[in-house]
Structure formats: structure tokens, C-alpha cells
Design a protein around this ligand. Structure first.
Ligand SMILES: [Zn+2]
Length: 128
């Protein structure tokens, strides 16, 4: 099934790649500012368990800050894969076509609105 013409696909691909580059810059920036010199200093002075706990805490905080971006990067990568495979625009949950407006706003999404809200409900319930 041809969902879109080649020109549109090329545009979409560029859009996803651009987003990916931007996210990487942000992630790198965050790591640099967050885990910068103070982290290096801390690492150098971390001798006992208490110090080590501080280092771990700092790392966890940084990773949790980056986590949403990391997930988005994975989603973008998968969207690029789907473009290659010609399955882009199909919902991974129910197989229906994702709303074009939704793809416009979130080109990396793999789920239609219904499946997404379903997934969020499950995520919410399991995080309790
Ligand atoms: Zn769906």
C-alpha cells in the first residue's frame, strides 16, 4: 500500500533526521552541563561508600533527565525504519492508519491516538 509519494517521504525523512540531530545536541549539552566538572571532581574524591552514593545519585538524576529524550530518539529511529520498510503511518497497535494530523505534529509516533492513550493508561496503572 502506497501511503505517500516519494517527495513527501523524503521531506518526512529530513524532518525526522533534523529532530534527531537536535535531540542529540540537547542530550550532549545536558550531559556536559549536568555531569561536567563537578562530576569529575566528585568522582576523584569518592573514596568511601557515602561519596559513592552521591555519585550514583548524580548519575541517576542525569539519566532520568535524559530518559525522555532517549526514548524519543529511539522512536525517531524506529520511524525512520518504518519509512524504509514502507510501513510508516500504520499504527503498531491496531494496524490502522494513524491520523495525518497526528503524524504532522509527532512524525515519530508509532501509535494512533486510541492506542497511545491505551498505552498511557497501562503505564500509569503500572507505575502506581
Ligand atoms: Zn492503533
Amino acid at each position: 500500500m502506497a501511503l505517500m509519494d516519494a517527495e513527501k517521504m523524503a521531506q518526512l525523512r529530513e524532518k525526522l533526521l533534523e529532530r534527531k540531530r537536535k535531540l542529540w545536541r540537547e542530550v550532549k549539552g545536558q550531559i556536559k552541563t549536568g555531569l561536567g566538572e563537578s562530576y569529575q571532581d566528585l568522582l576523584a574524591t569518592a573514596r568511601d561508600e557515602e561519596d559513592q552514593a552521591q555519585v550514583n545519585l548524580l548519575e541517576e538524576t542525569q539519566f532520568s533527565l535524559i530518559e525522555p529524550k532517549r526514548q524519543e530518539l529511539v522512536a525517531i529511529e524506529e520511524a525512520l525504519q518504518r519509512l524504509e520498510n514502507g510501513t510508516y503511518g500504520e499504527c503498531e497497535g491496531c494496524g490502522k492508519l494513524i491520523e495525518p494530523r497526528r503524524l504532522e505534529i509527532m512524525p515519530e509516533t508509532a501509535l494512533c491516538r486510541d492506542c497511545q492513550s491505551q498505552k498511557e493508561k497501562i503505564a500509569k496503572a503500572s507505575s502506581r
